[in-house]
Design a protein around this ligand. Structure first.
Ligand SMILES: O=c1ccn([C@@H]2O[C@H](COP(=O)(O)OP(=O)(O)O[C@H]3O[C@H](CO)[C@@H](O)[C@H](O)[C@H]3O)[C@@H](O)[C@H]2O)c(=O)[nH]1
Ligand SMILES: [Mn+2]
Length: 748
């Protein structure tokens, strides 16, 4: 069964499409191809639907009588199965018709280069410890080095920590760019992040220019790291006038706005060593005051929108997180192919690239690579109205980000800003820009409401994208062979669980708000598109049914009470079919998306762990927020490995449970679930052998056995491992106590 393979170029569909367009005198800048194997897929989905209906019919008609044991559990199972069925149906939307895009950049190049629009690039950083300045600098350099006319590029770094360490690093980057950009051009370097490039090209270093460049980079890196370790910039290194903005009473949470234009491409001396113009480079730290809420990344992005409007005001904005460098110097041209296409580009608000990671292990230990989501789900959304805005690697039209509604008359004048005009002097520009980055600027304005990124949601990106879609725009998903952006994914279990808590919490918050895609999108978005949004919106809601399904049937094994049909019953078939077919399909989907078998198994384990911890807490926090008892927070994902040997364990794909106090409750839940199922499996199997009755509890034993199999690394971490990443003994004790309680209680 081959599903979702991209159809070969020049399929009937594509040829037809291209011919038609070309005879009308229009040469499209991109093509769209539908996935193959859709008929097979739809047959599978229909058979699943029949199976699911039979399962539900069985549940509804075979409940134990009042007074019989297991009656309440039976209804609980019915509720859980109803939920899973509903959720499964929702997930079909994005699998119905995935589409894949290709761009014709050569056609774009045939346009007069002078007519290409200016592009602003926004990079966000928030904490020089969690996000080391040396990493930020490589990201910034990779973006400055795009294969695009430099005089049309402006890179803005928003530093929410207002740290002079980051400012120092960016000053270094401004100098280094003078050598790095010509080097990239001459040698067609890929990727253009110096850190990534030199990490991957050690063998080529007999070339003198290459090794000189590498040395220069390493020297710069060590200067930045030395300053970071020192925690302040030594006086003699404060050569840039901008350092005068930092006064002794400045803290990351309390400081005036800082805007420094480090390179102004309009100035004559803004050239690299080859005499080619350098891109504009701006550092911004918006004002922070303890009494004013700063709205996290959304607040930073909105300040960037305003600050950039007086400096470059480019019609296209690329947004990247500081931990995601550009891995493909052609991405700007790719993105422009979509928005500038004369016939199909007018309603494209944003072009989203997938989030790729350079640090995932071979078998994707913590399931952070999201290969199936990237390859199948986002491609499926693409056909329904467009992918979500996922915060990084996304090209926007400035106007749509600022709130413009789509109308058929809307036409972007790409030639409006193709060159940055020489306006005021740098210092006047900086002063104007500062006044736009103050705390009070947004008072009584529509910023954060109707303008810019939306405030008040932990996933400001997703809700902003949703609102843009509801204003009539569509988005495009582009997943080229050479990944557009690569970043760092979490490298410990706790980091992963915390990141997923934020994501699932934010997405559920949208569903529970007036922006619920199903209702808010009614009449504005296709039903499939609304369902697609709900896949992520309802991630968290899976927690309770999953917890129920993974504990109750197992606990009933202890009592020998069956909650499923016997193996000899005809009703056994739909249960077996649904379970096997669902997993077989997900395995195929994973393979096609590039996962390994072990990788797929790891994904299943992580789904279980996330659903019982991150998603559970996300659900609880949302409930608390509804009654006003909890407030959204943004816990930044750490990008540096901890000092001990946890990085080595990560590379060896050994799960990390290290003794972090904040992990307490999450890890206790994980431990408890694992132990309950282990105990139940032992009793369940013993009963099956002693009573010679395999059939009656077969499914229950199988479910329990699977949970135990998924949990093997957990038992290892609890009882066998000796390294620092094992589960702490207090967590093991707590889990043991709770699981004994859970096993004994039902007997009482
Ligand atoms: O107060 C803040 C907090 C965060 N950030 C930046 O936001 C970005 C994302 O933060 P990170 O901790 O790396 O979160 P991730 O979970 O990796 O980010 C994903 O999820 C976020 C929403 O939860 C989106 O904002 C991101 O773009 C998306 O990549 C980083 O560049 C931060 O520097 C700020 O600028 N200000
Ligand atoms: Mn990140």
């Amino acid at each position: 069964m081959i599903l979702f393979f991209i159809s070969e170029p020049n399929t009937a569909f594509n040829t037809h499409f291209t011919d038609m367009a070309e005879t009308c005198g229009h040469r499209p800048l991109f093509a769209t191809q539908a996935a193959r194997g859709r008929t097979a897929y739809r047959l599978y989905a229909s058979s699943m639907l029949v199976g699911i209906c039979l399962v539900l019919i069985y549940r509804a008609t075979h409940a134990p009588e009042a007074g019989e044991s297991g009656r309440w559990a039976w209804f609980g199972m019915l509720a859980a199965e109803l939920w899973f069925s509903f959720y499964w149906i929702i997930t079909q939307s994005v699998r119905w018709n995935p589409v894949y895009r290709t761009t014709f950049k050569d056609r774009l190049s045939q346009l007069d280069e002078a007519e290409l629009p200016c592009v602003d690039i926004f990079v966000c950083t928030a904490d020089p410890v969690a996000e080391p300045p040396a990493m930020v600098v490589s990201t910034v350099l990779s973006l400055m080095a795009y294969d695009y006319p430099s005089e049309k590029l402006s890179v803005y770094l928003s530093d929410d920590s207002g740290s002079e360490l980051t400012f120092y690093a960016i000053c270094e980057a401004a100098q280094f760019a003078k050598r790095w950009l010509p080097f990239c051009r001459r040698h067609r370097v890929e990727p253009r992040s110096p850190a990534a490039y030199f990490a991957g090209s050690a063998e080529a270093s007999d070339d003198k220019e290459h090794s000189d460049m590498k040395n220069l980079f390493r020297e710069m890196e060590s200067r930045i790291e030395a300053v970071s370790i020192l925690g302040k910039v030594p006086k003699e290194q404060k050569t840039h006038k901008g350092f005068s903005e930092w006064t002794s009473d400045m803290t990351s949470k309390n400081h005036p706005p800082v805007v420094q234009i480090l390179i102004d491409s309009r100035e004559e001396n803004s050239v690299d060593i080859d005499g080619t113009v350098l891109p504009t480079l701006v550092y911004m730290a918006r004002e922070k005051r303890p009494q004013h809420h700063h709205n996290f990344k959304a607040g930073a992005m909105n300040a960037l929108l305003r600050v950039s409007s007086v400096i470059s005001n480019s019609p296209i904005i690329l947004n990247v997180d500081c931990d995601m460098y550009s891995n493909n110097s052609q991405s700007i041209r790719d993105a422009l192919c979509f928005v500038m296409d004369e016939e199909q580009g007018h309603d494209v608000a944003f072009v989203q690239f997938p989030q790729g990671y350079e640090n995932t292990t071979d078998n994707d230990l913590y399931a952070n690579a999201f290969k199936a989501i990237n390859y199948v789900e986002l491609s499926g959304l693409d056909d329904l109205g467009g992918p979500l805005y996922i915060g990084t690697g996304c090209f926007h039209r400035r106007n749509t980000l600022c709130g413009t509604k789509y109308s058929t008359e809307y036409k972007e004048d790409w030639k409006r800003i193709t060159k940055m005009e020489k306006k005021e002097s740098v210092s006047i520009l900086e002063d104007t820009a500062k006044s736009l980055a103050t705390c009070i600027y947004e008072f009584n304005t529509q910023w954060g409401k109707e303008m810019g990124l939306k405030y008040g949601c932990a996933v400001e990106d997703v809700i902003t994208g949703l609102i843009i879609h509801c204003r009539g725009w569509r988005s495009v998903y582009f997943n080229p062979e050479r990944k557009g952006f690569l970043g760092a994914s979490p490298t410990t279990l706790l980091q992963t669980l915390v990141q997923h808590k934020r994501w699932s919490e934010g997405n559920l918050q949208i569903v529970l708000s007036k922006y619920c895609p199903l209702f808010y999108g009614h009449g504005k978005l296709k039903l499939g598109h609304r369902m697609g949004y709900c896949i992520y919106g309802l991630w968290a809601a899976n927690s309770i049914p999953t917890l129920f399904y993974l504990t109750i049937p197992s606990l009933f094994l202890l009592k020998g009470v069956s909650l499923f049909p016997e193996a000899s019953s005809p009703w056994f078939a739909p249960f077996a079919y649904v379970a096997v077919a669902k997993n077989a399909f997900s395995l195929v989907e994973s393979f096609v998306s590039g996962d390994t078998l072990v990788g797929w198994w790891n994904i299943q384990r992580m789904w279980m762990l996330k659903r019982t911890t991150s998603y559970l807490f996300a659900t609880i926090d949302n409930m608390l927020a509804l009654v006003g008892a909890s407030k959204a927070a943004f816990v930044i994902t750490a990008k540096v490995a901890e000092a001990d040997d946890s990085a080595k364990r990560y590379e060896r794909e050994v799960m990390e449970f290290g003794t972090t106090a904040s992990a307490g409750v999450m890890f206790v839940i994980i431990g408890t679930m694992a132990l309950i199922n282990l105990a139940c499996l032992v009793v369940g199997l013993q009963r099956a052998v002693v009573d010679q009755a395999f059939g009656g509890l077969l499914i229950q034993n199988a479910v329990c056995g699977l949970v135990v199999a998924l949990n093997l690394p957990i038992y290892e971490a609890m009882f066998l491992r000796k390294d620092k990443g094992r589960m702490s003994s207090s967590t093991v004790f707590a889990s043991a106590g709770l699981s004994v309680l859970a096993c004994v209680l039902p007997v009482l």
